[in-house]
Ligand binder design. Structure first.
Ligand code: ASP
Length: 330
């Protein structure tokens, strides 16, 4: 009797399990079933890391999954970009990077990845202006004074950046060629650690994104001489543009895009594109970026096609400008 009841219970339980099994399996396979890694080709604490962490929160809630950051800095971003390009294309690795994707092909004789063809495009993310900043002990108090001082002291002044291929490197390169000066560059794995040294007075100046410099400018731990955008940055209203300061035509805003390794399944890409679309209109994300002088792109730009067109046009734009400077890395 007991045995019979037990059998009946067992078979009922087995039937129930069987009935739910297909649904459970389908649910487990639904993308994303585990955290998605955002490769940041720079050290923690810098501008790309800050953007990635904020983006990860906004996209993660749209995806219903956590997004976690993998900081793979070094070689101006090349190490992290290459790591992302070679990652398993299963939707669980994406790459957040910027203007450096388009300058590296001209700056390096050889890259370990194919910039245009090794990635799937998800969309543009945000635009970030840059600022010319210096250690607070730097004596000049205005851009004009700094310019004269920098030209007179170029053999001793040190300028920090995140390595050849980074936005801070590009800004420095343009600055040096515009004012016809040459400074000793000090490369870091990202401008997060570079900022630590700038605040500590161990390097003299740098040109870095507002997402990294704004908190320090506001805290008065560094000096600021200008912003690189055409218009002043609303969160730094007292800081003039470099163009206003007399550097005619000097405008540089860092675009950022989200990529995935080539071969990432369409279903995963569609979810990621949808989550990016949601993120760029997310109020908390917009507010956080605005506080840091940056702005998410309009949803129309947070698309694969828009990023593909931008990357191609930026490669075409920067190639000749960089080649004119005669700088190459191996
Ligand atoms: N992306 C770099 C970082 O986050 C900075 C740069 O490109 O200059 O540290």
């Amino acid at each position: 009797m007991t045995r019979g009841l037990g059998d009946a219970w067992l078979s009922a339980a087995a039937a129930a399990l069987l009935a739910t099994a297909p649904a459970t399996t389908a649910h487990a396979q639904e993308y994303p079933s585990k955290p998605v890694v955002i490769v940041v080709p720079a050290a923690a604490g810098g501008p790309t890391d800050t953007l990635a962490r904020n983006l990860g929160v906004a996209m993660g809630s749209a995806l219903g999954q956590q997004m976690i950051i993998d900081n793979s800095g070094g070689a101006g971003g090349i190490i992290g970009i290459n790591k992302a390009a070679k990652s398993r294309p299963d939707g669980y690795t994406v790459l957040l990077y910027h203007i450096g994707m388009s300058t590296a092909p001209a700056l390096y004789r050889k890259l370990p990845y194919d910039t245009v063809n090794d990635f799937e495009y998800i969309g543009q993310v945000a635009d970030v202006p840059m600022t010319l900043v210096a250690k607070k002990e730097m004596s000049p108090n205005s851009f004009g004074e700094f310019l004269a001082y920098a030209k007179a002291n170029q053999s001793t002044l040190t300028y920090a950046n995140a390595g050849i291929g980074s936005a801070s490197y590009l800004c420095g390169l343009l600055f040096m060629s515009t004012i016809q000066a040459d400074f000793t560059t000090v490369p870091y794995k990202g401008t997060g650690p570079a900022m630590t040294d700038l605040v500590g007075g161990r390097v003299d100046f740098m040109c870095d994104q507002t997402t990294n410099t704004t908190p320090q400018i506001k805290a008065g731990t560094i000096k600021v001489y200008g912003v690189t955008s055409k218009m002043r940055v609303p969160s730094l209203p007292d800081v003039p543009t470099l163009e206003e300061e007399g550097l005619k035509g000097f405008a540089l805003v860092v675009w950022n895009g989200l990529f995935a390794p080539r071969g990432t399944p369409k279903a995963a890409l569609d979810r990621l594109i949808g989550a990016l679309q949601t993120a760029v209109t997310d109020t908390a994300f917009k507010t956080r970026l605005a506080d840091l002088g940056a702005e998410p792109v309009a949803p129309g730009k947070a698309t694969p096609e828009s990023l593909r067109i931008l990357l191609k046009s930026e490669i075409d734009k920067w190639g000749p400008i960089i080649r004119k400077t005669g700088v190459y890395a191996d």
